[in-house]
Design a protein around this ligand. Structure first.
Ligand code: GLC
Ligand code: CA
Length: 540
């Protein structure tokens, strides 16, 4: 099966299922729930980092790339997980954090101790640039008492690696070969468009310095080298690059098959349409016109130039899309299905973030004490420093924090919602009693809607292979697109608002068949009314 036909499910291991009652999810918990994932119908499971790590950034600060963090279990647990998944026809995708390592990694420790070989693994300078760390503050920190500075685009404990050094590249390629030999069939590459830094690093006042270190031409060369040296030999391996602050032009280059870089890329532009002036730590209703324009630009250009998108609404870095784009007090269920259709029928490979398939919501925390994410805690302090009151700063963190999606999965209505028998590492969501897997499987309809979307992708080649064109680009409520493959067409209409709206259905679709709909099936008439958050897909 090509990566275009697959559906990938993301697990944040800390919060999936705890089997040894220490309050933290583990590999055995994932294995236990494989039948549930099989029932959903997904093909591949992406695990956020499970390696040895001090967990300053929940595993995105890796201290040993080829050892399992005892918090999650053992290498035997991992081997068992791969085998059990394979028996059920599912594969494992691992998260590769190759832009930086934890400062506890032995490479950094040896560098600090003075070993020149390892100092060349990092980006050390006598003078820092003006770049701002993505988690706040300057992106450079003193390197011991050497008088030099090391670059950390993220937390001060995440030191950027020097990809210009061939020895660094070989170390990382060895890591990929290690996991490939274990039967891993997919890699998600963390912020992989930041690995290629220029020889001379320049100040850059624009956008916190991002243009100076993002999507540099040499970045593409490094990915091509990685492809050739490792996964490129195996057409079954699926690769996806997480792209920070990128452009459609670059994503075409990263994913066009003849370039031999990656299968697909995640970009985040559509998840910034509720950022005021492009700034994350603000509050603003989403800008629908901008959202549509982004989907249409990316859809059309990637389609025309043979690029490939990873499609998603949620991940471990984003508050739940339901809370951002839908009036959840009144339309949680219809809205969840509409959002799902909007991306699963789109051109690209869809990703489901754990809990999305039951319509989980942000947790609705009551105080700052409940937050643990390093970025959120830094942002709170920065907001206070800017002059916001504690209440104002808290409200912003509450809508924007990454912890929103990192809370434990709500399995049932029990004391710790079936996630654990002890207090979990991160507070549970307030809605756990009403929204949980047990209830959803019994009387809900979101899970079965996802099942159907996944099934349709396998049954109708137009979903994986069709081209993309915008439909009703100017409509103030509808995000619509048409997919085409030879003689077939698929029209997808999504109403992003709690009000009805009427559109003119093009003649060619009047005789079509409704593939999926989140309201009882409609008659296909020229003046078609879409109900609140209605989605309907018409095939002919
Ligand atoms: C990516 C990860 C995020 C992490 C960051 C640094 O954006 O998804 O969770 O904090 O990279 O590794
Ligand atoms: Ca555990």
């Amino acid at each position: 099966m090509s990566f275009k036909e697959k559906v990938i499910y993301q697990i944040y291991p800390k919060s999936f299922l705890d089997t040894n009652q220490d309050g933290v999810g583990d590999l055995a918990g994932i294995k236990q729930k494989l039948p549930y994932l099989k029932r959903l119908g997904i093909d591949m499971i992406w695990l956020s980092p499970i390696y040895v790590s001090p967990q300053r950034d929940n595993g995105y600060d890796v201290a040993d790339y080829t050892a399992i963090n005892p918090l999650f279990g053992t290498m035997d647990d991992f081997d068992e997980l791969i085998t059990a998944a394979k028996e059920l026809g599912m594969e494992i995708m691992l998260d590769m954090v190759f832009n930086h390592v934890s400062t506890e990694h032995e490479w950094f420790q040896k560098a600090l101790a003075g070993e020149q070989k390892y100092q060349d693994y990092f980006i050390l300078r006598n003078e820092p640039t003006d770049w701002v760390s993505k988690f706040g503050g300057n992106a450079w920190a003193p390197f011991g008492d050497s008088g030099k500075y090391y670059l950390h685009l993220f937390d001060v404990t995440q030191a950027d690696l020097n990809w210009r050094n061939p020895a660094v590249r070989e170390e990382l390629f060895k890591v990929l070969r290690f996991w490939l030999a274990k039967g891993v069939k997919g890699f998600r590459f963390d912020v992989i468009n930041l690995i290629g830094k220029d020889e001379i690093l320049a100040d850059c006042a624009e956008n916190d310095g991002k243009p100076a270190y993002t999507d540099r031409p040499i970045n593409h060369e490094f990915i091509q080298m990685m492809n050739k040296a490792t996964y490129g030999a195996d057409p079954e391996v699926v690769t996806v690059g997480e792209m920070s602050f990128t452009t459609v032009e670059n994503c075409i280059l990263y994913t066009r098959p003849d370039r031999e870089e990656l299968d697909m890329t995640f970009n985040f532009h559509h998840l910034k349409v509720d950022y005021e002036d492009g700034k994350k730590w603000t509050q603003m209703p989403f800008d629908f016109a901008k959202l549509k324009e982004l989907f249409h630009t990316w859809g059309t250009q990637m389609s025309a130039e043979q690029g490939w998108n990873a499609l998603f609404w949620n991940n471990h870095d984003q508050p739940r899309a339901l809370n951002r784009f839908v009036d959840v007090d009144n339309y949680r269920v219809a809205g969840a299905k509409m959002l799902a259709s909007a991306i699963h029928l789109n051109r690209g490979t869809p990703y489901i973030y754990m809990g999305e398939e039951i319509g989980m919501l942000d947790p609705d925390f009551e105080s700052m004490e409940q937050y643990v994410d390093v970025e959120s805690l830094n942002a709170y302090q920065a907001l206070l420093a800017e002059g916001k009151t504690e209440q104002e700063a808290f409200e912003i963190v509450k809508t924007k924090s990454r912890d929103n999606s990192r809370i434990p999965i709500q399995w049932d209505s029990g004391e710790f919602s079936g996630f654990s028998k002890v207090t979990p590492w991160l507070s549970l969501g307030k809605s756990a009693k009403e929204i949980n897997v047990a209830k959803e499987l019994q009387e809900g309809s979101i899970f079965s809607y996802y099942q159907k979307l996944i099934r349709l992708r396998k049954e109708y080649p137009i979903i994986a292979q069709g081209s993309y064109e915008a439909f009703l680009a100017e409509d103030p409520q509808i995000y619509g697109y048409i997919r085409r493959l030879e003689e077939q067409s698929l029209l997808v209409l999504n109403n992003f608002y709690p009000q009805e709206t009427t559109i003119e259905l093009p003649e060619e679709f009047l005789t079509g068949e409704i593939l999926i709909n989140n309201y009882p099936n409609e008659k296909l008439i020229e003046k078609l009314t879409l109900k609140p958050y209605q989605t309907v897909a018409i095939y002919r």
